[in-house]
Design a protein. Structure first.
Length: 263
């Protein structure tokens, strides 16, 4: 990582939820992440930008150890969640309850709206129907879906619009009580109006959650995130407040990317 990225990462001046120190990752012999060091602020939206293949999604998936499903993957360094090293966490079910992920395309289960949201709490042992109903209502309300779907809870979730499906997936995630929400291109399958609604939702959710979003959409990063990191060939070139990244970047490669001269 460049000197400017290291300096900016420590200059945010807000409580950090996640800290990476010298994080390296490989797929076999391919060195995908190279010495990543950064601090992700708590209860803010942090975006990660950069061209395809630069390591954005690899970094995101390190945060809840999703890369562990790939046999050739390995990681070294430190990756701290509230001071505890994620890379040495052995209870991955607990980790993924604390750090959940929303994927590029909505992936609701072929179940009712109610059962989609109740699925996680059931897996974690909740059996009381009244308690499940409370969790479902609270989780749908958090994403603005309760008013829209309160009379459609028995309907198959696959019948919802793409934007509703994505918000339902976020509700399903919130139902298990996470602390960090990871979003990997969450609006790539949505139209501009639906994208704006999800971006507005992020602003509401950051009051209670730490959000990290990977996006190729420069306008989305500028609109929706408080802090932003630019990645290039596996390195974090710069990390700072989003306004600084887009108007006063310190690294020439960052400036070239955000102004569209390359990437």
């Amino acid at each position: 990582m460049s000197t400017s990225a290291a300096a900016s990462a420590s200059a945010v001046g807000i409580e950090s939820k996640i800290r990476a120190r010298g994080l390296n990752a490989w797929y076999g012999v391919f060195h995908a992440l190279k010495g990543i060091t950064l601090e992700i602020p708590a209860r803010r939206v942090t975006s990660v930008i950069g061209p395809s293949g630069c390591g954005k999604s690899t970094l995101l998936r390190c945060l809840n150890r999703m890369n562990d499903t790939i046999r050739s993957f390995r990681a070294e360094g430190e990756l701290l969640l509230d001071g505890a090293d994620i890379l040495r966490e052995t209870d991955l079910v607990r980790l993924r309850k604390r750090v959940g992920m929303v994927f590029q395309r909505p992936n609701p289960f072929p179940l009712s709206v109610f059962e989609n949201v109740a699925y996680g709490p059931r897996i974690h042992g909740e059996r009381n129907r009244g308690r499940l109903a409370e969790i479902v209502e609270r989780s749908l309300a958090a994403t603005g879906l309760w008013a829209e779907l309160r009379d459609r809870l028995a309907e198959n979730a696959l019948a919802l619009s793409a934007e509703q499906q994505q918000r339902l997936c976020i509700s399903r995630l919130l139902a298990v009580g996470p602390e960090v929400l990871l979003m990997d291109e969450p609006c790539s399958a949505l139209d501009p109006v639906a994208t704006r609604r999800v971006e507005e939702l992020m602003q509401e959710l950051k009051r209670d959650y730490t959000i990290v979003i990977v996006t190729h959409n420069m306008q989305q990063a500028a609109r929706a995130s408080d802090n932003c990191g630019f990645m290039w060939l596996g390195e974090l070139k710069e990390f700072d407040e989003t306004g600084t990244i887009f108007t006063r970047p310190k690294d020439p490669q960052t400036e070239g990317y955000v102004t569209g001269r390359f990437g």
